[in-house]
Ligand binder design. Structure first.
Ligand SMILES: NC(=O)c1ccc[n+]([C@@H]2O[C@H](COP(=O)([O-])OP(=O)(O)OC[C@H]3O[C@@H](n4cnc5c(N)ncnc54)[C@H](OP(=O)(O)O)[C@@H]3O)[C@@H](O)[C@H]2O)c1
Length: 251
């Protein structure tokens, strides 16, 4: 039976993923164990660990405990993450560091701690939920984009380091997904309204992630329109900047 660790287990994408993993043993991490227990009461095989993953000092002991309790992790899904959209000068130093702690440093710590075990076992799959914001810049997402560009660069590098050990690394780079993510990122709903046309369902993202589990897929980019935009952005960065300022300035 596969053992799958998912961070940010209470989130919208996780909620869409869990029902597709009925035959797997799930190791679910989040800040509110009761909430996770309630959400997944019907899942037959699971363990829940209450942890605030922004507390870097707690992560090594947690991973050690999980290996003591269950012996292995076949698939690691680094899913926890959040955004606040605003002009960059409005962020305090604490807010910047807090977002990096969750979106980047925790992801890197799990990759290091679990990746080491996978490397020794010569088997495993790391799936990092990144974002199109890790590929395409847009105004007001400076801090979020910085965390996600870094997460993507990090993932692309460790993929090379872990490949000889039969450990795969997949990044998932969705555009806007219809989850509670926007309660914090876009509390007045303006951005969500402007991107309604390419908003995707968490079920669609979850099904792509679950299909990729156990494969060597490099990355999942969706929807196709934003993937095409990304290719355009890479080929014509000046024109892309112009359009991002004048036409697609949604946040
Ligand atoms: N929704 C989108 O439009 C979108 C688009 C591209 C990428 N993504 C990425 O997809 C992943 C999942 O997002 P989602 O849409 O499912 O959002 P969500 O419903 O808000 O869930 C995110 C989860 O991340 C954890 N988290 C959030 N803030 C945290 C904090 N300050 N400290 C610790 N943990 C925190 C929470 O888990 P616990 O409460 O269980 O701790 C939360 O349930 C994130 O990495 C996000 O960046 C989302």
């Amino acid at each position: 039976m596969r053992h799958i660790l998912i961070t940010g287990a209470s989130g919208g994408i996780a909620q869409a993923m869990v029902p597709l993993l009925k035959d797997d043993f799930l190791i679910l991490l989040g800040r509110d164990a009761q909430k996770i227990e309630k959400l997944y009461a019907s899942h037959p095989k699971k363990a829940i660990y209450e942890i605030d993953i922004s507390k870097a000092a707690d992560l090594a002991a947690l991973v050690e405990k999980i290996y003591q309790d269950y012996g292995k992790i076949d698939i690691l899904v680094n899913n926890a993450g959040y955004a606040i959209y605003d002009d960059f000068e409005k962020f305090s130093e604490e807010q910047v560091r807090a977002m990096f702690d969750v979106n980047l440093f925790a992801l890197m710590a799990f990759c290091r701690l679990v990746g080491k075990e996978m490397k020794a076992a010569k088997a495993g799959h790391i799936i990092n939920i990144v974002s199109m914001s890790g590929k395409i810049a847009s105004a007001k997402s400076s801090i979020y984009s910085a965390t996600k560009f870094a997460a993507l660069g990090f993932s692309n590098t460790i993929r090379l380091e872990l490949a000889p050990y039969n450990v795969a690394v997949t990044t998932v780079n969705p555009g806007p997904v219809d989850t509670g993510f926007f309660d914090l990122a876009d509390p007045d709903g303006t951005y969500q309204k402007s991107v309604q046309a390419f908003m995707i369902s968490p079920e669609k993202v979850a099904s792509k992630i679950v299909q990729a589990m156990g494969t060597k897929k490099r990355e999942i980019n969706l929807p196709w329109l934003l993937e095409a935009t990304n290719k355009f952005y890479t080929l014509f960065p000046n024109l892309a900047d112009f359009l991002a300022r004048k036409v697609f300035n949604f946040k």
